[in-house]
Design a protein around this ligand. Structure first.
Ligand code: AMP
Length: 190
């Protein structure tokens, strides 16, 4: 199996690249943000709980997020050549839970690919995305900056978790979609 994590701040292009990589390598793209938005759309209890955090740009509690992610992996293991995780893990406990879950399935993370994009570029990109995404958390600059700060203060540490085991690779996330896709593919094929 190939199990990848696409890492980086909100708006760094993880979702766009994950879709392309999933197709190219026959992986299942799992975006916890998309899973939450689907639950919110269907107004499930999980969706209603998630909404109270997402609308402020805060992280949904680990136990909720980890439970949802585990179910998705359980449902699909054996059906695909691997997974591409987008927006997960975002905290150290999530990274530990993912390692455990994959070990139970006799597999592991292959590589973590991080997209580096500076804050001002992020804010501009997300405000642009807001015009079509319909996401309330994309439309407000204060919420966007909160999401970026949470990335710096809570999520960036997840990088160390994977640096320790030599699985972390950072790439420049500023460029064309195609050039970044080529750089990611080259890293995966190494
Ligand atoms: P995203 O689509 O990845 O930008 O996620 C949108 C929002 O969903 C985030 O700002 C969080 O509120 C929530 N979310 C997504 N993934 C996670 C996660 N792994 N842990 C906690 N909250 C998450």
């Amino acid at each position: 199996m190939i199990n990848l994590i696409l890492f980086g701040p909100p708006g760094s292009g993880k979702g766009t690249q994950a879709v392309k990589l999933a197709e190219h390598f026959n992986l299942l793209h799992i975006s916890t943000g998309d899973l939450f938005r689907n639950e919110m759309k269907n107004e499930t209890p999980l969706g209603l709980e998630a909404k109270s955090y997402i609308s402020k740009g805060e992280l949904v509690p680990d136990e909720v997020t980890i439970g949802m992610l585990s179910n998705k992996v359980d449902e699909n293991i054996g059906k695909v050549d691997g997974f591409i995780f987008d927006g997960f893990p975002r905290t150290e406990p999530q990274a530990e839970a993912l390692d455990k879950l994959l070990t139970l399935k006799n597999t592991e993370i292959t590589k973590v690919l991080a997209l580096d994009v500076p804050e001002e570029e992020i804010v501009g990109r997300i405000l642009e995305r807001a015009k079509t995404s319909g996401r309330a958390d994309d439309a407000d600059e204060t919420i966007i900056r909160n999401r970026f700060n949470i990335y710096l203060n809570e999520t960036a540490q997840v990088a160390d978790h994977y640096k320790k085991v030599d699985k972390f690779v950072a790439l420049d996330g500023v460029g064309t979609i195609e050039s970044i896709f080529e750089a990611l593919k080259a890293e995966i094929e190494k």
